[in-house]
Unconditional design. Structure first.
Length: 115
C-alpha cells in the first residue's frame, strides 16, 4: 500500500510544481502587453519613438463560471499601459488571454496633450 501512496504523492507534487501563479502569468505576458500598446500608440500618436510603461495589471476571471458544462472563456490578464512620445501621452487597456492567443487593446485611448 505504501508504494501506491508514494506514487500518488509524487504525481501530486509534480502537478503542483507545474502550476503557474497569477503573478507569474502577469509577469510572463507583460512584454507582449507593452508591445501591443506601444504599436497602437506609435500609430495613433504618429510617433515612432513612443515608449510604454505598465501602469497597472490584474487577472480577470471568465465572465461566466459554473458547473462542468458552463464555460465563459479563458482567464485573462488586463494591463493599463501608458505610452509617451513626441510631446503626447496616452493610456491603453490591453487584454491578454492566458491561452497565449495574443493580446489586443480594448476601447478608445485616453490621450493627454503636453504643453
Amino acid at each position: 500500500m505504501k508504494p501506491r501512496l508514494t506514487v500518488s504523492a509524487l504525481i501530486l507534487a509534480g502537478l503542483a510544481a507545474g502550476c503557474v501563479s497569477d503573478a507569474q502569468y502577469l509577469q510572463q505576458l507583460e512584454p507582449k502587453a507593452i508591445e501591443t500598446a506601444v504599436n497602437r500608440g506609435r500609430f495613433e500618436l504618429n510617433c515612432p519613438a513612443a515608449t510604454g510603461t505598465i501602469l497597472s495589471k490584474d487577472m480577470l476571471q471568465p465572465a461566466l463560471q459554473g458547473g462542468f458544462y458552463v464555460r465563459g472563456g479563458p482567464e485573462r490578464a488586463e494591463y493599463t499601459v501608458g505610452v509617451a512620445g513626441c510631446g503626447e501621452r496616452a493610456t491603453y487597456l490591453v487584454i491578454c488571454p492566458l491561452d497565449q492567443s495574443g493580446c489586443w487593446t480594448a476601447g478608445a485611448r485616453n490621450i493627454i496633450r503636453q504643453q
